[in-house]
Design a protein around this ligand. Sequence first.
Ligand code: DGL
Length: 268
Amino acid sequence: MDNRYIGVFDSGLGGLTVVKQLMESMPDENIVYFGDTGRVPYGTRSNDTIIKYVRGDIRFLNTFDIKMIIVACGTASAVALPIIKDENETQIIGVVEPTVKAALSATGNGNIGVIGTNSTIRSGAYEKLIGANPDVHIFSVPCPLFVPLVENGHTNSKAAYLIAREYLEPMVSANIDTLILGCTHYPLLKDIISDIMGDKVKLIEPGIQTAAYVKELLDSKNALSECKNNQQYLYYVSDDVDSFIRLGGLFLQKQICGQVSRIDIERY
Ligand code: DGL
């Protein structure tokens, strides 16, 4: 048993789709979340800037009594995690490995699609992890307008549908049977994505797969929490608290309950 916090961070709100799945699959865990709402988006920035931000995010989470860190951001997982993962004593898990693992076991024809931010797709992180495998073909497409659409409440609108159709057209032509949602904002668009791709294409969600991966890992180390009905949820942001509380409910699909505080992330 290990009742220490799981530290989770994202560039802003998207990581709450991972927190939602953590809460559902491991309701006894204590969670401390950092959303870098003052510096979002990460997905349009250079690798150097993303790595610098991620180092600061990790230094902040390391000020808590944590047992592991989850990088609940596709961009930070793809760009920064391969560089910084050995800089820390705390175990750090990103969303790339769990989703790749799930996609490889879900695919029948070996054609796997990946969508994500510009930086995520440019990193080639998914291709690198899968490695040379003659039976698997990766088709990746950046969808840079998905994050602003979601953040502005366009999760089911005509505009979102039209943009998604344009982005996903190459995936439909590539005959993929599995699609990795490589950004933690994208589960909010899954109805539209699924409508365009058709119900034969399996969608691999970062939150669901990462929560399952973490649960298995903690269980294997006998490190699950046993805080029955006494879980603590702490949220920290680098910008306005009220808008995080208001918009965060959309991502968490329930009201944010727990303390929300603002910090100056530039100090870390
Ligand atoms: N949640 C981030 C991700 O998963 C997207 C937002 C951003 O660009 O920072 O990639």
